[in-house]
Design a protein around this ligand. Sequence first.
Ligand code: C2E
Ligand code: MG
Ligand code: MG
Ligand code: MG
Length: 290
Amino acid sequence: QSNQAMLLAKKTGKNNYQFYTKELHEKITRKQQIEWALRNAIVQDEFSLVYQPQVDVVTDKITGMEALLRWNPAFGVVPPDEFIPIAEETGLILPIGEWVLREACRQIKKWEKQELPKVRVSVNVSARQFKDKQFTSKVKAIVEEEKVQPCDLEIEITESVMLDVEGASQLIQELKELGVKVAIDDFGTGYSSLNVMKNVEIDTLKMDKSMINDVSENGRMMSLLIAMIRLGKDLNTQVIIEGVETKEQKEFLKEYQVIAQGYFYSRPLPAGRLQQVWEKHGAVLGVTSE
Ligand code: C2E
Ligand code: MG
Ligand code: MG
Ligand code: MG
């Protein structure tokens, strides 16, 4: 690796030698450091989940919570966008993903015991997990062991993952047969999951945060977003708009009767810090039970 650094540095000339070796070296060690630390992160108890409410813009009630993974190793917080790709590359996402699923199920039970209104909890899964032949049976086992109702759990799969995995429709169908809900995440970011949507009934469409973000500056984006909301409604799916940050955005969405997720309502928070959110947007009882 340091040879690589030297080759690159030589091409750029003598004077830059020091600079390039140092920068490359830092990158390599950071990645290696993350990789090494990730291997022990579960046993070291360094992971936690935070939850971000999904709020019906019309009724102002929580309908669901997205579970988002946080990692706090000894050398400081590493954001998911940095460590998840490394976890995927190394395969460590398999045990980590199972930990996330189990932890989310345990939280569902905890909220149930606290007699809080029932909401669905959604969990992100990566391509590597989804491709794993055991995935459906792992989900089934966890749901059974943790004694949660399958319909209280939702699996979020991004459009790109759906395209990447052969037989995605079939896999989603298997999950649906278990009774868990399925969401398409980051919808509208350049892939098309229409092929999947023609085969199976998706429960939730999550419009990527870039869409609402661009609405005010880009009239075409507004038309696109409205069209996608209609698409979701016509297909009878729940529609969630991600990245809602302002009151104006929320007001705009009211006309379309969707669910919003974003900093406007709440940042993702540890379960113990959601009291205020529960008080303000206490959910409709039994909204997810079927
Ligand atoms: P995602 O699933 O699309 O999650 C939404 C991301 O948007 C979260 O970032 C959330 O904190 C952020 N967000 C929420 N509201 C707003 C807002 O109003 N404005 C802006 N600018 N951002 C907002 P986070 O937590 O950093 O997660 C990033 C991504 O990492 C997630 O995107 C997901 O793809 C992945 N991820 C997180 N947790 C897990 C996990 O447990 N497993 C897997 N496989 N991936 C995960
Ligand atoms: Mg997500
Ligand atoms: Mg998303
Ligand atoms: Mg994303």
